[in-house]
Ligand binder design. Structure first.
Ligand code: PLP
Length: 395
């Protein structure tokens, strides 16, 4: 028996365990200080009324002879895929139902999609980045090349004509930087991918935070994208489904390489290895896409966006270089006084008892940067920024 040796190449992920042990030590030494956590990457607002009612009514239906549901279609029930299709159409992206695959979340699909690609591909991954892209490719033994995202390119790297790769990951609005690509920028990526016969894996997990009509929410708003892109999306951040679990992946039927349709390959992969998302959860998701459901989730998204603005405004008022916070729940900023990421983490924790995430945890280009999130309460976010201003005055 031989193990997958590639697992030996994975870096131990110390980021969140180190944060948690530093926080525990701080609390043990400072039992009277009130800690504010702005490192949270998970939603905190509860599910909306429409969703909860739909989940409850679907649960009851499962206990009746007429409405019991066993195995469902692996790609998702058509009642939900129809709703997702309508949602895309509102943004000008016209999808076919058979291009939409419902799953238990974007993370699973981002990892699983690699099943349909040869391990002999050069993968291009921005740095800093959501760590899942890197680790899933290391597990499969693929060659990875990093693409510099930095202050000079506003953490939105673009391709140049010398750039060569087979698979590229783009995440917009981005985790961790909160930066969002413009339509022009995505057009550059789509043109590059078509010219280089490459595939773009587009992570749109935070699309719901975009309110500017000029910014694309989906890569399929860009002409030609159906020939070169797969999109991953999720109800996690949009509707508070991080614990409920539901996402969807769009694999266009026009996407084909070596005379093989990637849509058919993904369908084959899913019908072989996946048995679908529970009926109850899909009914909850259907409610998210009704007009009432959309109004309700918007209230929660706007709540987070107000928090994001409080943080971004604080950075702007203090002339701290930052991205994000407008079309994203994340604010990414340069650590004051040229501090390194961990140095600033310790400084902020000890001086004002506020916790964030050191940028270095997302890749080497994150060194000297820091991520705060808008997923806390409004009151705590305001209080944290009051303390932040005080900290800067004393620095
Ligand atoms: N993609 C990005 C960029 C994320 O930040 C996250 C979660 O934080 C995910 C995907 C995972 O989403 P899901 O909860 O649908 O698995």
């Amino acid at each position: 028996m031989k193990i997958n040796e590639n697992y030996k190449n994975l870096n131990e992920s110390y980021l969140f365990s180190t944060i948690s042990s530093k926080v525990m030590e701080f609390l043990a030494n400072n039992p009277d200080r009130e800690l504010i956590r702005l490192g949270i990457g998970d939603v905190t607002r509860p599910l909306t009324k429409s969703t909860v009612e739909a989940l409850a009514s679907a649960s009851c239906a499962m206990g009746t002879q007429e409405d019991f549901h066993g195995y469902g279609p692996e790609q998702g029930y058509s009642f939900l895929r129809e709703k997702i299709k309508e949602y895309y159409l509102k943004n000008g992206a016209n999808l076919r139902i058979d291009e939409i695959f419902v799953s238990d979340g974007a993370k699973s699909d981002l990892g699983n999609i690699l099943d349909i690609f040869s391990t002999d591909n050069l993968v291009l991954i921005p740095n800093p980045v959501y760590p899942v892209y890197v680790d899933t490719n290391i597990m499969a033994g693929r060659r990875i090349m990093f693409l510099d995202a930095n202050q000079q390119n506003n953490f939105l790297p673009l391709p140049d004509e010398n750039l060569k790769a087979d698979i590229v990951y783009l995440c917009s609005p981005n985790n961790p930087t909160g930066a969002a690509y413009s339509r022009d920028d995505l057009e550059k990526w789509v043109n590059w991918a078509i010219k280089n016969e490459a595939v773009i894996l587009f992570d749109a997990a935070y699309e719901c935070f975009i309110s500017d009509k000029n910014l694309p929410k989906s890569i399929f708003e860009i002409e030609g994208a159906k020939k070169c892109a797969i999109e991953f999306c999720s109800l996690s951040k949009m509707a508070g489904f991080t614990g409920t679990r539901l996402g969807y992946t769009v694999v266009p039927t026009a996407l084909s390489f070596d005379n093989m349709s990637l849509n058919k390959m993904w369908l084959r992969r899913q019908t072989t290895k996946f048995n679908g998302v529970p009926y109850i959860i899909q009914k909850g998701a259907e409610a998210v896409f009704t007009p009432q459901g959309q109004r309700e989730i918007l209230e929660n998204i706007n709540y987070y966006k107000i928090n994001a603005k409080v943080i971004a405004d604080t950075m702007a008022d203090n002339n701290i270089w930052h991205t994000g916070g407008i079309h994203s729940p994340y604010i990414w900023f340069k650590c004051p006084n040229g501090m390194q990421s961990w140095e600033f983490f310790d400084y902020m924790l000890n001086s004002i008892a506020v916790v964030g995430t050191p940028g270095i945890g997302f890749g080497s280009n994150g060194e000297g940067f820091f991520r705060l999130t808008a997923f806390g309460t409004y009151e705590k976010t305001v209080e944290a920024m009051k303390r932040f201003n005080g900290m800067l005055r004393n620095m």
